[in-house]
Design a protein around this ligand. Structure first.
Ligand code: SF4
Length: 412
């Protein structure tokens, strides 16, 4: 039998989901609930970014229901936003909340009346006591032709600058040394309240916070020269960018309804490297988008190969029902998608090796994490090189200068 006033929370998908789950757990704990292995309530914060992510959500729900037949299961997040009616039929599920009203799960469990959903709710999570993910923006008004995220998370909306600064103080009080600024489309921050992401970055920079900041994935057309300059001059913003490219072929970018062409992307990368030569630059790319010919793929491969980037996040295109891309003719065959994915993963490894090699012998500020494995501990330099050293508990959550050698780099 489940124990009264207990819950468990399970998270799939992106950093945003993890930071929201963390906030939900914090709020429930503050209301007298405890996390337990025989929970009365099970929350699944779901993801719908790919068909595989949806399947994981279905399987997880079935497994948890088998293990805890008396628990009340509540599905929240993207999958719940897209398929609330289907999910409501799953055994054990008593409620669903999409993204706009996801925080109402706390009121639901507390047995309170459900108010109208707030337009934006902030949240943050802490990984390993050292790094925190702070959500500053949600939703997206771009309608890329392959994406369901904008449908699942609703329209673009964001926090205020003043509240973001308050949240940063709260995270610092909790002890984290690094804050990762996240959102669905963070570059769109503030557009509807008369401010901008550039203003937010400026405001954070002016506060001289004694912690490190990283800017998570930002659309290339929204990465302004001013932001690059602030990061270049800053001692708190780390030299690390994550920019989704998705394709290096303009014909495919057009079909994807992306709002830039590859020339703009190359220009942003050039500017970053000119101002911050040591910067780590990661990009996202999709292999096998409908209509991508062998020649288009080669274009993408050669384009990425020509850029001084540090590594890639490679996604294999998968049809998302209800998206224009799913209806496009000329879908690429699964074996060909796989071949292209593997070629890009291989390119990513080469880029990563080259990036790490460039920094051998340098001494860089490194934040050490709590995890220990086989007597070793791991850390990240300012420019996101992963390194290892012998475990020393006194170094956990501290930033120390560390010299990078062939023996202590970690290339996952
Ligand atoms: S920018 Fe495009 S890919 Fe990213 S969330 Fe918005 S619609 Fe989706």
């Amino acid at each position: 039998m489940p124990i009264k006033n207990t819950f468990s929370i399970h998270t799939l998908g992106c950093k945003l989901n993890f930071s929201e789950s963390s906030d939900i757990a914090r709020q429930l704990t503050a209301s007298g609930f405890t996390q337990n292995d025989s929970p009365a309530y099970i929350i699944i914060n779901s993801c719908a970014v790919t068909a595989t992510a949806e399947k994981k959500g279905r399987n997880l729900c079935a497994k948890l229901h088998r293990e805890h037949p008396d628990a009340q299961i509540i599905i929240i997040g993207c999958y719940a936003a897209l398929r609330a009616n289907d999910i409501a039929q799953w055994p054990g599920v008593v409620a669903t909340f999409g993204n706009e009203d996801k925080m109402n799960v706390v009121r639901f469990i507390r047995g309170e009346e459900l108010p109208d959903a707030p337009t934006f709710f902030s949240s943050h999570s802490t990984h390993d006591r050292t790094r925190s993910f702070l959500k500053i923006q949600d939703g997206c008004d771009y309608h890329c032709s392959y994406c369901t995220v904008w449908k699942a998370r609703g329209v673009s909306r964001s926090d205020s600058i003043a509240h973001v600064l308050d949240e940063i103080h709260e995270i610092m009080d909790e002890g984290a040394k690094e804050i990762n600024i996240t959102g669905v489309n963070i570059g769109d921050f503030g557009r509807k309240n008369g401010s901008s992401f550039t203003e937010l970055v400026n405001a954070i920079e002016h506060e001289n916070f004694p912690v490190r900041f990283r800017i998570s994935s930002i659309e290339p057309n929204l990465l302004t020269d001013e932001i690059i300059q602030i990061v270049a001059d800053s001692s708190c913003f780390m030299p690390h960018f994550h920019i989704p490219l998705q394709s290096g072929c303009n014909k495919i970018l057009e079909k994807m309804l992306r709002r830039y062409r590859r020339e703009l992307f190359a220009e942003k990368v050039r500017k970053i490297k000119e101002k911050i030569p040591e910067a780590c630059i990661a990009l996202d790319v999709i292999a096998g988008f409908p209509g991508e010919t062998g020649e288009d793929f080669n274009d993408t491969y050669q384009f990425i190969n020509s850029l001084p980037i540090s590594y890639l996040h490679v996604f294999t295109y998968s049809k998302r029902p209800g998206t224009p891309a799913a209806e496009m003719k000329e879908q690429v065959s699964p074996p060909e998608k796989k071949r292209r994915t593997l070629a890009l993963i291989d390119l990513s490894q080469k880029k990563k090796q080259a990036f790490y090699q460039q920094h051998l012998g340098e001494t860089r500020p490194t934040l050490w994490e709590a995890e220990s494995k086989e007597g070793l501990m791991f850390g990240f330099t300012d420019n996101y090189l992963k390194v290892k050293r012998l475990y020393d508990p006194s170094l956990v959550n501290t930033i120390t200068p560390f010299t990078i050698t062939d023996e202590n780099i970690v290339i996952d």
